[in-house]
Design a protein around this ligand. Structure first.
Ligand SMILES: NC(=O)c1ccc[n+]([C@@H]2O[C@H](COP(=O)([O-])OP(=O)(O)OC[C@H]3O[C@@H](n4cnc5c(N)ncnc54)[C@H](OP(=O)(O)O)[C@@H]3O)[C@@H](O)[C@H]2O)c1
Length: 331
């Protein structure tokens, strides 16, 4: 397939190049696109160096799939040209996720939706993907009616600049200096910030509303009640989420553990531990789950648990490439 990556020099774009190579995706040609600043940058792929080009309206001719790893504004700007060129746009931004004729796909959950696309397929929000992979086996067996989620999100969720800001602030503090906050609203070193995205009229942030709205769309559960609090933490990579879910069935903890052990996309915990940490899930594709227990406030119908996943891989790059793989071997 002829593939282009729009935003190839960013956090997600660079990971996509690695994942395409690791999964031996059938790439006939690979075009790497970014801003004019990155023209001439060389990125290795399968033993060759590919030069980054400036993304232009004409860059998508002859492409089969364009992976989007740019801002909402850039995705909206280039999408019409990608679709007109006849390519399928698999986009990581939130620009198109809630548009009714744009499928929002987690391949472990709703792969069939991908085939209903009209040129654009959206990759869900990173925390939402990780939470949905973890809770889907419970939903399938016991029907989840209500979700309460608290996220602990890594700085790389805000791209390369977010990661650089944490490192800069830690280095500055070690040498007795102060490095001001630019990407995040407050210092993130040695701190946590309970606000990701902008605040809406209802008091929730845009990031929190993604878990609710996108979760419902992915699960085809339009009545699902979701209450989410998103928190930025000084972790470089991998998001963590504490979840409490209420089901209409009566959940059995052993059956949930058994279902998790065979579920697609869920990995084994490190030996001797009943919970994962962000370091366990970084640089790989599996979500890990643990700390499963009854909710003491509603022991018959609700359970609480913890999960972690690499938001740059399963939360973005890998999920997008898994969507593309659905078109190599359609089931
Ligand atoms: N980071 C995550 O964990 C994560 C997870 C899920 C989804 N996402 C989403 O994925 C998208 C990319 O995020 P990221 O974290 O990879 O951001 P990033 O590290 O800041 O990278 C942004 C990319 O956009 C490119 N770009 C900027 N202006 C451009 C222009 N005018 N024309 C073409 N390309 C341009 C940049 O190219 P230059 O290097 O040339 O500036 C760079 O390749 C965002 O929509 C984000 O919300 C991110």
């Amino acid at each position: 397939m002829n593939i282009a990556i729009l935003g190839a020099t960013g956090m997600v774009g660079r990971e996509m190049i690695k994942v395409l190579e690791e999964r031996d995706f059938p790439v006939t040609s690979l075009r790497l696109l970014a801003s004019a600043r990155s023209v001439g940058v060389k990125i290795p792929f399968h033993g060759k160096e590919i030069q980054v080009e400036e993304a232009k309206e004409t860059s998508f001719e002859g492409m089969d799939i364009v992976f989007g790893a740019v801002s909402n504004a850039m995705a909206k700007n280039f999408a019409p040209f990608i679709v007109d060129a006849g390519a399928t746009f698999i986009d990581n931004s939130s620009a198109f996720r809630m548009i009714s004729n744009v499928p929002l796909v987690v391949p472990e959950i709703n792969p069939e939706d991908a085939y209903k696309h009209h040129g654009i397929i959206a990759n869900p929000n990173c925390s939402t993907i990780i939470a949905m992979v973890a809770l889907y086996p419970i939903h399938r067996r016991y029907n989840i009616e209500n979700v309460v989620a608290c996220t602990y999100q890594a700085v790389s969720g805000a791209g390369q600049e977010g990661m650089a800001e944490l490192v800069r602030q830690i280095e500055a503090s070690v040498s007795g200096e102060v490095s001001e906050a630019k990407v995040f609203p407050l210092p993130i070193a040695y701190n946590v910030i309970p606000k990701i995205g902008s605040e809406e009229e209802n008091g929730y942030t845009t990031e929190e509303m993604k878990m609710r709205n996108e979760g419902r769309k992915i699960l085809h559960a339009h009545e699902l009640s979701v209450n989410c609090t998103c928190v930025r933490v000084p972790v470089l990579r991998s998001h963590s989420i504490a979840l409490t879910v209420k089901t209409s069935g009566i959940p059995d903890l052993d059956i949930i553990r058994q279902d998790w052990s065979t579920a697609q996309g869920i990995g084994r915990l490190p030996e001797g531990r009943n919970y994962p940490t962000p370091l366990d899930t970084s640089d790989q594709d599996l979500v890990m789950v643990g700390r499963l227990r009854q909710d003491l406030n509603d022991p018959q119908h609700s359970v609480s648990f913890w999960c972690c996943g690499d938001q740059i891989r399963k939360g973005a790059a890998t999920n997008a490439i898994q969507i593309a793989e659905l078109f190599i071997n359609p089931s």
